[in-house]
Design a binder for this molecule. Structure first.
Ligand SMILES: Nc1ncnc2c1ncn2[C@@H]1O[C@H](COP(=O)(O)OP(=O)(O)OP(=O)(O)O)[C@@H](O)[C@H]1O
Ligand SMILES: [Mg+2]
Length: 315
């Protein structure tokens, strides 16, 4: 079983509109609602691959109840932590040319008791999980060391933990030695506080995060593929993609593929790349199913192209 944690989930409402007109009344031609959040995406991708997953979510109010119903409809078990504040609703405006304009709400502020109940719910499920994936930013009320505390407690239960977050909460968690961290290029550059121009720069930055405590670093480099820097060595993975439809959630799909394939080594990196490549060819944050994957299009090598310039360098 793979447990996912999404500290600040959302109810995502997408409206299709002909065009954005500031100050006008926009009439939507279609609308949809999806359970949102990075850990939720990981659970959806893991469930699509036929594995059992439980999503731990603080949920409150009517939007929180809807998130739980939508996930149940998708066959995803939810470990619900009731909170007093209402779960946030995020709005996306989709125009016919593919332009997506998003409004993300801050979400409720969690109380100290709710923070503790989230940690204890995770701890109570940790024993039956092969991996715990903790994803996304923290809601108000959870301090920057909340993920560090989570890693410490999960390790006491003997479970491995993968962390996909950024900024101070990532840096604070490193000292508790998370088994895997999954920054994208921008998050990796931010974590080491310098620009990344080449694949080699990304390798050096990932090694630095290992030096600060990360067991392994799965760094996703957008169109430039992915790096796995671990005790077993450094691998580079890449897949050619015919047409990119949406890169939203491609990192979440990658982490799901990596963990579902064991979370270690060249084979898991190949699965991560296959999931990322499949995700970008699907609309919105739709997670790939096994039928969408093209493992034969993936190359994984220890011959890392260190001098290769990044398509989107990190300033
Ligand atoms: N333009 C692209 N062309 C080909 N593959 C891509 C492209 N963008 C993303 N990918 C694949 O998806 C993986 C994850 O993408 P990216 O590094 O953008 O993740 P991310 O920023 O963490 O995404 P998110 O947080 O929205 O899930 C990449 O490492 C790559 O394998
Ligand atoms: Mg990401």
């Amino acid at each position: 079983m793979l447990l996912t944690v999404t500290p600040n989930p959302s109810l995502d409402r997408t409206y299709e509109i002909p065009a954005i007109e500031r100050g006008g009344v926009l009439r939507a031609t279609a609308e949809r609602m999806d359970p949102g959040g990075k850990g939720v995406n990981v659970s959806r991708a893991v469930a699509a691959a036929g594995h059992r997953t439980v999503a731990v979510l603080p949920l409150g109010g009517a939007p929180g109840a809807l998130v739980a119903d939508l996930l149940a409809g998708q066959g995803i078990e939810v470990a619900r932590v009731p909170v007093a504040g209402a779960t946030r609703s995020n709005i996306a405006l989709a125009e016919p040319d593919g332009t997506l304009t998003k409004i993300n709400a801050p979400g409720p502020e969690l109380t100290a008791a709710e923070s503790e109940s989230l940690l204890s719910t995770i701890r109570s499920h940790a024993g039956s999980a092969a991996w715990i994936a903790c994803c996304g930013s923290l809601p108000r009320g959870l301090g920057a060391d909340w993920y560090a505390e989570l890693v410490a407690r999960v390790h006491r239960a003997g479970t491995r933990i993968a962390l996909d977050t950024s900024g101070p909460s990532l840096l604070a968690a490193l000292r508790e030695r998370p088994d895997v961290v999954k920054p994208n290029a921008e998050e990796l550059g931010q974590a080491v506080g310098r620009p990344l121009a080449t694949v080699g720069d990304a390798v050096k930055a990932a090694e630095e995060l290992r030096g600060q405590g990360a067991g392994a670093v799965l760094a996703s480099l957008g169109a430039d593929g992915q790096l796995l820097v671990s005790a077993a060595g450094t691998y580079f993975g890449f897949a050619r993609v015919a047409a990119v439809r949406s890169n939203v959630g491609a990192g979440d799909a990658s982490l799901a593929g990596f963990l579902a394939a064991g979370g270690d080594g060249a084979g898991a990196l190949a699965a991560a790349v296959a999931h990322g490549a499949a995700a970008v060819q699907l609309p919105g944050s739709v997670m790939p199913s096994p039928a969408d994957l093209e493992p034969s299009a993936v190359t994984v090598t220890t011959d890392v192209p260190l001098d290769r310039p990044l398509t989107e360098p990190v300033p």
